[in-house]
Design a protein around this ligand. Structure first.
Ligand code: PMP
Length: 392
């Protein structure tokens, strides 16, 4: 039977780098010990106190259909959180609770793009971005950034791509680079959106993981709240990746339509998950700091290890769970290097090429194993790079 072009072409952009991820999984399944630095999953599980709240809510009966926009108390808590971060008045009517940030990214593009519209995103990018855009029938167009700019988009590159486009998707703190956009970059993004009447979809799922600089949500900039859809999630901030709870914050009119979309797609997020998310948000910043701290520590470890050699370069990262390494001095592509590192040293990292052409010759290292093991793996990686550079 014939399937739709849309579903069969979601990921036809050659996500070859996932071959490495799959190979690492096979090795682990075969009983080999592999240091897994591929995906953005914490090495701690969801806090037991959050699970107790989840259990209490479920046992208490919150297992029926939940309110589709989100339970009022959670919408209000998210609104308060966003208002506190941006200084822009934000009420529950500006919030839709979604099954994770991923569903929010899909819904946001659905809200602003018609079939065939161009939706811009930044290269390097989180792996699902182009597929998410194609899933709503839009054309995914990448705007390339440069390693020498720490992969922060230049306003002139955005402006060159903007004519005729409907939306621009940005992500800071960034996956895969770990870079936190500076104020000038964020203001440049806002200016291009205003000049070209673009919707800005701002993926801020790593906003609690900032080690350097400060997170500046574009919603906070003058005039931007009317054209910005902020994507948030409990996944990274509270180690709740499996619970599937996120949100979109935007103008009330957009949220109204998105509630209608929710009625016809997800039918909401389970009530006990939302109650657990509310508990977690109300637990305050200490819990978030506890979850973020290991990444800050490991980022410092990475800095120390990298300072002791001169073959592997690093992108100046200020947040998220990743460091991006520049291995161009070895003469190998990210894919070749990652493949050899896995076979020779059983260390799995993601080739930069998996995240777009702009990150060629780079590796994304997820800082998701214990400090000692992380340090040893990075040292091994650097020694291996030096060996390859000498041989090359
Ligand atoms: N955006 C970015 C940049 C991500 O890295 C991720 C998850 N890795 C997501 C969105 C989606 O996260 P979730 O659906 O778990 O909220």
């Amino acid at each position: 039977m014939r399937l739709s072009h849309r579903i069969t072409h979601l990921t036809d952009d050659g996500t070859g780098g996932w071959g490495l991820f799959n190979r690492a999984r096979e090795m682990i399944a075969a009983g080999l010990e592999v240091t897994e630095l591929t995906i953005g999953e914490h090495d701690v599980r969801t806090d037991p106190a959050i699970l107790t709240a989840m259990h209490g809510s479920a046992i208490g009966g919150h297992t029926g259909y939940a309110s589709i926009p989100g339970v009022p108390a959670l919408r209000a808590a998210v609104a308060q959180r966003i208002e506190a971060r941006t200084g822009v008045r934000t009420g529950p009517e500006n919030v839709l609770i979604t099954p994770g940030g991923q569903a929010a990214l899909f819904a946001a593009h659905h809200a602003v793009c018609d079939e065939g519209d161009t939706a811009l995103f930044i290269d390097p990018y989180y792996a699902t971005y182009p597929g998410t855009i194609r899933a709503v029938g839009a054309l995914a167009q990448a705007v390339r950034t440069r390693p020498e700019d720490a992969f922060q988009p230049r306003a002139e590159d955005l402006a060159a791509a903007a004519p005729g486009a409907r939306s621009l998707l940005v992500n800071s703190p960034n996956n895969p680079t770990g870079v936190v956009y500076d104020r000038a970059t964020t203001e440049g993004i806002a200016q291009v959106c205003a000049d070209h009447d673009l919707w800005l979809i701002s993926d801020e799922v790593y906003d609690t993981q900032v080690w350097e600089g400060a997170h500046l949500s574009p919603r906070a900039l003058p005039g931007m709240a009317a054209r910005t859809l902020v994507i948030g999630s409990m996944s990274k901030s509270h180690a709740m990746t499996g619970s599937r709870c996120g949100w979109i914050v935007g103008p009330e009119e957009v949220i109204g339509h998105l509630i209608n979309l929710g009625t016809h797609t997800t039918y909401g997020v389970p009530g006990f998950i939302q109650d657990a998310a509310l508990f977690a948000l109300e637990a305050g910043p200490e819990m978030e700091a506890r979850i973020a701290d290991p990444f800050r520590r490991r980022r410092d470890i990475a800095r120390t290890v990298l300072a002791g050699q001169n073959i592997v370069g690093s992108v100046p990262s200020g947040g998220a769970m990743y460091v991006m390494l520049d291995i161009r001095a070895t003469g190998l592509s990210g894919e070749d290097f990652a493949g050899r590192l896995l076979e020779r040293h059983r260390i799995a990292v993601m080739p930069g090429e998996s995240f777009g052409a702009a990150a060629a010759g780079h590796l994304r290292v997820a800082m998701t194993v214990a400090d000692d093991r992380f340090k040893t793996a990075l040292q091994t990686l650097c020694n291996f790079a030096a060996e390859l550079a000498r041989a090359g």
